[in-house]
Design a protein around this ligand. Structure first.
Ligand SMILES: [Fe+2]
Length: 202
């Protein structure tokens, strides 16, 4: 098991988010404060263990780092190999995307009255330390790709549920929905709870 160089960062983020959700039920406030907390987390690239930063040549990887015990939120390391992209998809819960390493381009979509999907504005580039939000309330359909063809990019995602188990959709070019449950790429979680490494007995 790889050593986690700075587990307090992720542990602190998880604790702060759980506390936020305990005291705040309104999505706009959760997204605003959650974005500040996530921005702080992804402004430091010294805490993600290497095994949750591994790209796969086949497809982008979604490593779950933590799921809240009541499944109110989940934290995922999203690892893009060179040139990899998602299909057009939605989330059905709120989500925060924080760029840790490299860069990604996100294209938002919206439905017209006939149900067809159209690109909404230009793709938005996300750089390390930056955070963006999605949700059914503010816009939930997008397509995301690694901005680079020659290197790995990594973003840290936080969702208002156990995202790997959420029943949601990917969209075909004509706007047709296809049911989709993403699951996760990893079988084991990072151990951020062994405080003896940080506070050794005297
Ligand atoms: Fe997404």
């Amino acid at each position: 098991m790889a050593h986690i160089s700075n587990p307090a960062r992720l542990r602190g983020f998880i604790g702060a988010l759980a506390e936020l959700l305990q005291t705040q039920a309104q999505e706009p406030q959760v997204l605003e404060r959650g974005a500040q907390l996530l921005s702080e987390l992804v402004s430091h690239d010294d805490w993600l263990p290497a095994e949750f930063a591994q790209p796969s040549p086949e497809r982008y990887q979604q490593y779950v780092l933590h799921v809240d015990s009541a499944q109110r939120f989940s934290v995922v390391s999203f690892v893009w190999g060179p040139g990899q992209a998602t299909p057009v998809h939605d989330h059905r819960v709120w989500g925060l995307i924080g760029m840790l390493r490299g860069a990604e381009d996100a294209q938002a979509f919206q439905r017209d009255s006939s149900g067809a999907l159209h690109a909404l504005g230009a793709p938005q580039r996300l750089l390390p330390g930056q955070v963006e939000a999605v949700s059914p309330r503010i816009g939930d359909i997008h397509q995301v790709r690694n901005a680079f063809d020659d290197r790995t990019s990594i973003s840290i995602h936080v969702y208002g549920g156990n995202i790997g188990a959420v029943q949601r959709a990917v969209y075909l070019a004509d706007g047709t929905e296809k049911a989709f449950i993403s699951g996760y790429s990893n079988a084991h979680l990072p151990n951020i709870w062994d405080l003896s490494k940080e506070n050794p007995a005297p």
